[in-house]
Design a protein around this ligand. Structure first.
Ligand code: TTP
Ligand code: MG
Length: 351
C-alpha cells in the first residue's frame, strides 16, 4: 500500500495559547511579539489581526500602524513549549511514526491507520478533535503521499482546515512557487526572473535547464511540483538548504562584547528547534548601529548535535569582531543540517 502522510500545523499557535489562558483576548486582534514603541518583530498574530495585514516577522512599528487597537503581548516561550509537548503527545497517540518539525507542526505517517479506516476526512477529524479535547487548541491538517505536499496542504485552508490531496500535480499547479518548502526569497526572485510564477509553471520547465540555474538539488523540488515526490517523514530533500535561526533586535544599542550575555539564550532557542537534525555550519549576524550588517561563519568537519559546541563557536566568532562597536541586532544561525549526524567527539574517539 502507498504511504499516507499527514502534516499537522497548529493555528496561530502563540496567539492561540495566549487566548486559551486568557479568553477575554478572543475575538479581538492579538499580536504576539515586541511591545509597540520598542524595536522587534511580530512572532505571530491571531486571525482577527491578520485581516489588517499583520504578519509574522513584520517590524512591530508596522504592525502597530496597521492595527493600533490590537492587544500586544510579549512571547512566553516556555509556556508555548509546554503546550507544544502536550500537542505532540496527542499526535504520537495516533501513530508511532511521528516527526516533530517545529514547535507547532509535525508529520504523522498514517498508512497503518488508513488500513483500519480508509476515510481520510474522518481520520483528520479524529485527530483535530483529540488535539482540541486535550489542549483546547485548534490545528489544520494536510494529507498526501509526500511530506512536502502534505505540508503545503495543511496551510491551504487555515484555520481548522483539512485538505486531502489526491492529485498533487493538479492541486499544486495554480499555487505560487514560493509555497514549495525550500523556495526562499532568493530562489523565488530567480524564479520570477525566469517568468516562473506558479508551481505549474515550474513543473513545465525542463529539469536540465533548471539545474543550470539552481544546481542539482532542484531536481527533487521539481519532483514535488510534478506530483511524483514520495518523500517519507524520516527523509529530507532539503538538508542542504534548511537552516534554523534566531535574532534579537535590542531596544537600545549595546556594545558588541555584551552580546555574549544574551548568546546562551539565543543559542538555546536555535538548539531547541534542531529536533532530529545535526548541524555543521554555525553563523552569527551582527547589525551595527549604522545598519551595516555582517555575518561570520564556521563549519565543523562533522555534524554535531551539541549545545556547548554551538555556544562556544558563536562566542569565538563574536570575539573576532571589534568589541567596542555598538550593536543593534544579534543573530545566530545553524545550517548544513543532516539527520544522520555523527558527534565529532565520538568520531575522534575512534581515531
Ligand atoms: P507558524 O505555524 O508559521 O504560524 P502560526 O501557527 O502562528 O500561524 P498559522 O495558523 O498560519 O500556522 O509558526 C508557529 C509559531 O512560531 C508562531 O505561532 C510563532 C512562531 N513564529 C515566530 O516566532 N516567528 C516567525 O517568523 C514565524 C513564522 C513563527
Ligand atoms: Mg502554525
Amino acid at each position: 500500500m502507498k504511504q499516507i502522510i499527514a502534516h499537522i500545523d497548529m493555528d496561530c499557535f502563540f496567539a492561540a495559547v495566549e487566548e486559551k489562558f486568557n479568553p477575554s483576548l478572543k475575538g479581538k486582534p492579538l499580536i504576539i511579539g515586541a511591545k509597540p514603541g520598542n524595536r522587534g518583530v511580530v512572532c505571530t498574530a491571531n486571525y482577527e489581526a491578520r485581516k489588517f495585514g499583520v504578519k509574522s516577522a513584520m517590524p512591530i512599528w508596522k504592525a502597530y500602524t496597521l492595527c493600533p487597537l490590537a492587544n500586544f503581548i510579549e512571547p512566553k516561550k516556555e509556556l508555548y513549549s509546554k503546550e507544544s509537548k502536550y500537542v505532540m503527545n496527542v499526535l504520537k497517540s495516533f501513530s508511532d511514526k511521528m516527526v516533530q518539525a517545529s514547535i507547532d507542526e509535525a508529520y504523522l505517517d498514517i498508512t497503518n491507520l488508513v488500513k483500519q479506516n480508509s476515510n481520510l476526512v474522518e481520520i483528520a477529524r479524529l485527530i483535530k478533535k483529540e488535539v482540541y479535547k486535550k489542549t483546547k487548541l485548534t490545528c489544520s491538517i494536510g494529507i498526501a503521499e509526500s511530506k512536502y505536499v502534505a505540508k503545503i496542504a495543511s496551510a491551504f485552508n487555515k484555520p481548522v482546515g483539512t485538505t486531502i490531496v489526491e492529485n498533487p500535480k493538479e492541486f499544486l499547479s495554480s499555487l505560487p512557487i514560493n509555497k514549495i518548502p525550500g523556495i526562499g526569497k532568493v530562489a523565488n526572485k530567480k524564479m520570477l526572473d525566469l517568468n516562473i510564477k506558479t508551481i505549474g509553471d515550474f513543473a513545465k520547465i525542463d529539469p536540465f535547464i533548471l539545474m543550470d540555474f539552481f544546481g542539482k538539488s532542484i531536481i527533487q523540488i521539481h519532483n514535488v511540483a510534478l506530483g511524483i515526490d514520495k518523500t517519507g517523514i524520516y527523509e529530507n530533500i532539503y538538508s542542504d538548504t534548511k537552516s534554523i535561526s534566531r535574532e534579537k533586535t535590542f531596544n537600545q544599542d549595546i556594545l558588541l562584547k555584551d552580546c555574549e550575555t544574551i548568546l546562551p539564550t539565543l543559542a538555546k532557542e536555535v538548539y531547541d528547534d534542531l529536533g532530529d537534525f545535526g548541524y555543521k555550519t554555525i553563523s552569527i549576524k551582527i547589525r551595527y548601529s549604522n545598519f551595516e550588517t555582517i555575518t561570520r561563519n564556521f563549519s565543523l568537519k562533522f555534524s554535531s548535535k551539541n549545545y556547548n559546541n554551538l555556544a562556544n563557536q558563536c562566542k569565538i566568532l563574536l570575539q573576532k569582531l571589534d568589541e567596542n562597536k555598538k550593536v543593534r541586532l544579534f543573530g545566530i544561525k545553524i545550517s548544513n543540517l543532516s539527520e544522520n549526524y555523527v558527534e565529532q567527539s565520538n568520531l575522534l574517539a575512534y581515531i
